[in-house]
Ligand binder design. Structure first.
Ligand code: AP5
Length: 228
């Protein structure tokens, strides 16, 4: 050894899983614990819809119907976000990729940065549990902290634990009809990515039933393992 340390590349983690599996909840916890940056294409698209950008206008109707937004739009949004300096700390991809073309595009984007995927973690939940989780979900309109009517209520009803905001919001696509379309899109277009990452030796499957903290403990062990 000459005393110089090997270059540390920023970790790239993917959270795979159906709607309501807990991807967003766990990604935000990993951000806090490991200093990584959550990249949620759902959040990026909702921001584009709110801002009324061209991409947002095209995405809106598709998201409301529970289908998948076109690969071109989503890849372009993710490429832009990956160019922001904070992503150099390492990223947790939440809700991307969702199709094989998106997975292939991600590999190309990472290769341009001399990066690779460290782990693709599949959160596995029963279908009835997803519906229960989604139907009770709400979040703080100011800081985005996520809550659940039963499983993660704020300590003081109606007041955000993180920013003390008092405006809570529910997602437009969390209706029973849209949830069944989102699940169908997951099975048809996203579930094949489990095999895709398994074939590349990057896949970790974890049971995502149990409490938020049970699932977090399982995830932490994997993330620590990727850091040597
Ligand atoms: P997106 O925002 O990504 O939604 P999703 O994948 O359907 O996932 P969710 O956000 O519903 O669930 P989650 O797994 O994050 O669960 P959460 O942690 O919130 O995408 C929305 C739409 O955008 C898509 O339908 C599509 O149109 C479009 N889109 C996005 N990305 C795209 C892409 N790459 N390509 C094309 N289109 C794209 O948890 C849910 C609730 O359960 C919360 O209330 C939480 O508190 C609670 N909870 C979590 N874990 C637990 C637990 N262990 N026990 C009890 N409760 C729990």
């Amino acid at each position: 050894m000459d005393g110089s340390s090997a270059p540390v590349t920023a970790p790239v983690l993917i959270l795979l899983g159906p709607p309501g599996a807990g991807k967003g909840t766990q990604a935000r916890m990993l951000e806090d614990k490991f200093g990584l940056v959550q990249l949620s294409t759902g959040d990026l698209l909702r921001a584009a819809v709110k801002q009324g950008t061209e991409a947002g206008q095209k995405a809106r109707a598709v998201m409301d119907s529970g289908g998948l937004v076109s690969d071109d739009i989503v890849i372009s949004i993710l490429r832009d976000r990956l160019g922001d300096p904070d992503t150099a700390r390492g990223v947790i991809l939440d809700g991307f990729p969702r199709t094989t073309p998106q997975a292939e595009a991600l590999e190309r984007l990472l290769a341009e940065r001399d990066q690779k995927i460290d782990a693709a973690i599949s959160l596995e939940v029963d279908e009835s549990e997803m519906v229960t989780r989604i139907s009770g979900r709400f979040s703080c309109a100011d800081c985005g902290e996520g809550y659940h009517d039963t499983f993660k209520a704020p300590q003081v009803e109606g007041v955000c634990d993180v920013c003390a905001g008092t405006k809570m919001t529910r997602r437009a696509d969390d209706t029973p009809e849209t949830v069944s379309s989102r699940l169908a899109a997951y099975h048809a277009q996203t579930a094949p990515l489990v095999r895709y990452y398994d074939a590349r030796g990057a896949l970790h499957r974890i049971p995502a039933m149990g409490t938020i903290s049970d699932v977090a403990t399982r995830l932490d062990a994997i993330v620590k393992g990727t850091r040597g």
